[in-house]
Design a binder for this molecule. Structure first.
Ligand code: PHE
Length: 452
């Protein structure tokens, strides 16, 4: 079985494809609205601390498990320690990623719709028009659900074409393009009148806005954005080659991910303040502010505004696609390898399951508002359950497994690439996964559940 597995071709491709999984709607859609709802700069500070202290060690941890075992998540977790029941953490990751794919596809479908709408000029109008346009679209019964299914269908198509030709080649071109376009839009947004208020909101901390909830939200956002805790990184790492430097790759990916998120914030908040949209307006934030930015910043040359708008939504769709591919790949690899069925059949299982969830999530926002769990729409509940409970739990269990149930020799070999790299970070890594990460996550989770 091992010899048939795909491999990423180049080191650059490895980092880009994994960064492609990390960079997605989590950065451009979720990060800005989370920051807006949690007090701006304060949230960003906690978020960055979470990435450095818990995120990077967690990532390296998943990389170790994946590359060591070279198999799907469930088997990887089971084989790295002597206790096979650890495989349940891999299975938990597969369930988590499928739930994420369900609601993520809905937002990705909105982006796909906005791509078409900006091409035919439907997004032109004042901010009241743009606001009601989004409300009408997202609460429509058929269209958004259909778009979500289309998005999962496109993901399915890439997945069955395999790892190297599909995922790697596309990431190499489109990821850098997204970055460049973000920079252009930051420039445009910051030049709008009154934009500096938004920059201040993002960069000048107001500690009176600090509440204990900020911790859990920032932790969830950090893990969601790094694709951590779903066994996604573990699945991708199973395609890494033996000379990939795990520590360096994790740091590079975290840096790219963090930069993209902050750039997205710098694009959205100055614009939001400039047109008088509340920063805490939630998941609709980017769909309401951005069309306004495109029109106002390029008012003198509307055609340029329209072209930039089309390019932006196209790249957003692509960024979402590289993430949905990774979410889909986790389950596909599992069914393909564990049940010995063809890869395309395995992909169909995930496609059908996740499409059904996506339809239910989409309906819960509008058409069938009674689809509620714990007072939240099914869509928001899936987001809450995964980001704030399942991802931290998955990452914590991964670190406990590595810190306490895996031979330290395996960890040392993986971190130093069998003695060919400097091993000075190995001890601090071990300390982190043994004590720092599990204790911090446990405290935050217990606080959230009201135990402390
Ligand atoms: N990290 C992705 C994003 O930021 C989402 C994701 C989460 C992908 C978990 C894979 C696993 O959009």
């Amino acid at each position: 079985m091992k010899s048939q597995r795909g491999n990423f071709r180049s080191k650059f491709g490895v980092v880009l494809a994994t960064a492609g999984s990390a960079v997605g709607l989590g950065n451009v859609w979720r990060f800005p609205f989370m920051t807006g709802q949690n007090g701006g700069a304060v949230f960003i500070i906690v978020y960055i601390i979470c990435i450095l202290l818990l995120g990077i060690p967690g990532m390296v941890g998943e990389f170790i498990i994946g590359r060591h075992s070279q198999s799907n998540a469930a088997r990887a977790y089971a084989t790295i320690s002597r206790y096979r029941w650890w495989g349940f953490v891999g299975v938990l990751g597969i369930i988590t990623s499928s739930i994420i794919l369900g609601f993520y596809a809905v937002v990705a479908g909105w982006c796909l719709h906005y791509l078409g709408a900006s091409a035919i000029g439907h997004l032109q109008g004042d901010s009241t028009y743009v606001t009601s346009y989004f409300q009408q679209h997202s609460t429509n019964v058929v269209k958004p659900a259909f778009m979500a299914v289309v998005f999962i269908g496109i993901t399915h198509f890439v997945i069955v074409r395999g790892v190297e030709s599909g995922i790697e080649r596309a990431s190499k071109v489109l990821m850098p393009l997204l970055f460049i376009l973000l920079l252009v839009l930051v420039g445009a947004a910051c030049s709008l009148p009154g934009a500096m208020q938004g920059v201040e909101f993002l960069l000048k901390p107001d500690f009176s806005k600090f509440t204990s909830n900020v911790f859990l939200e920032a932790l969830g956002q950090a893990f969601f954005s790094l694709s951590l805790g779903t066994a996604c990184l573990c699945t991708y790492a199973s395609y890494f080659s033996r000379d990939t430097n795990l520590m360096r790759s994790a740091s590079q990916i975290a840096l790219v991910d963090c930069l993209t998120a902050v750039l997205a914030g710098l694009m959205i908040f100055p614009a939001a303040f400039s047109v008088g949209i509340q920063p805490d307006s939630g998941p609709s934030l980017i769909f309401i502010t951005l069309p306004t930015v495109f029109q106002q910043a390029f008012a003198a040359m509307p055609i340029v505004g329209q072209v930039i708008s089309i390019m932006f939504y196209a790249l957003l769709v692509f960024a979402a696609l590289t993430s949905t591919i990774s979410l889909h790949e986790i389950g596909t690899a599992f069914f393909h390898e564990e049940f010995h069925i063809k890869r395309s059949y395995a992909a169909w299982i995930i496609t059908v399951l996740c499409s059904s969830l996506a339809i239910a999530c989409s309906l819960s926002v509008g058409g069938a508002a009674h689809l509620q769990v714990m007072g939240m729409s099914l869509m928001n509940f899936c987001d809450f359950l995964t980001a704030q409970i399942m991802l931290p739990l998955g990452a914590m269990l991964t670190c406990v497994l590595l810190g306490w149930f895996v031979k330290t020799k395996i960890i040392r070999n993986e971190i130093t690439n069998w003695g060919t790299l400097r091993g000075s970070l190995y001890r601090s890594f071990l300390f982190n996964v043994r004590y720092v990460v599990p204790i911090c996550i446990l405290l935050i989770l217990m606080h959230q559940l009201g135990v402390i």
